[in-house]
Design a protein around this ligand. Structure first.
Ligand code: PXL
Length: 255
């Protein structure tokens, strides 16, 4: 049986982010992908139109159908769209016997509103939560400027119930260092910044790659390390599609 991973996320029709990025990432990392859609966006690399969020009932029915038949080895959430969907997934996740990665997506490219404030119920079900700096500021209720602030925010988010936290450093002024905290120790994952505008879908790809690692049985920190290398390679080799901020390359090869 191949490793199986589930994404619960929104659709980006341009294929760079959201459910499309997650499925391509799962596939590239040798994992069978399942996809529960929460919302549909209208967007391309230049502009964003609107967002339509599915009902919590429809999202839940999709999850139940998938999990009772082809249970995944790990799952992730991306854009969830409404407080009702967040609450419904938190409830469903009480019965998950596989790890859940929560990517607390709030705002998409071009300012698309993709998620509400997260309540503690979903964070408490997360084996890992992967905010970027603005999302970490919202979750921790503090401003983040330097690496010390990132560490404090990670502690605050961990205190809200997430088993582990990975704050992505891409929005920091300095070197984009990611900070991991699991309540016991901090780990830092630095990476050189790549000068490109073609980074659309970076966050989705990163959390999907971590989920693929967990689905394949890798330990959490190894999954993060491999996902970091994969995402870095995806950005470095982004194909420059579209007329604006293009997608990363979901087909990068890991050395
Ligand atoms: O990168 C966050 C994200 C997640 N999900 C969808 C998106 C985006 C960013 O634009 O469109 C559907």
């Amino acid at each position: 049986m191949p490793p199986i991973a589930l994404t619960i996320a929104g659709s980006d029709p341009s294929g760079g982010a959201g459910i499309q990025a997650d499925l391509k990432t799962f596939h590239q990392l040798g994992v069978y992908g399942e996809a529960v859609i929460t919302l549909i966006t209208v967007q391309n690399t230049v502009r964003a139109g609107c967002v339509e969020v599915l009902s919590a009932e429809l999202v839940l029915a999709q999850i139940e159908a998938v999990v009772e038949d082809i249970p995944p080895g790990a799952a992730k959430t991306g854009a969830l769209g409404s407080a009702e969907v967040v609450t419904a997934i938190a409830k469903a996740a009480e019965r998950f016997d596989f790890p859940l990665v929560v990517d607390p997506v709030m705002t998409g490219k071009h300012g698309l509103p993709l998620g509400p404030q997260f309540d503690d119920a979903l964070l408490a079900r997360a084996a890992l939560v992967t905010p970027n700096v603005p999302e970490a500021e919202a979750l921790a209720g503090m401003k983040i400027r330097a690496l010390d602030d990132v560490r404090r925010a990670a502690e605050k988010i961990h205190a809200r119930g997430a088993r582990a936290v990975l704050i992505k450093g891409g929005h920091l002024q300095a070197e984009p260092t990611d900070v991991f905290y699991d309540g016991a120790a901090f780990r830092e994952f630095p990476a050189p910044r790549i000068a490109t505008v073609h980074t659309h879908g970076t966050g989705c790809t990163y959390s999907a790659a971590i989920t693929a690692g967990l689905a394949a049985g890798l330990p959490l920190v190894e999954s993060i390390e491999r996902a970091k290398r994969f995402t870095h390679e995806d950005i470095r080799t982004s194909p420059g599609l579209g007329h604006g901020c293009g997608p990363v390359n979901h087909h990068a090869r890991l050395a």
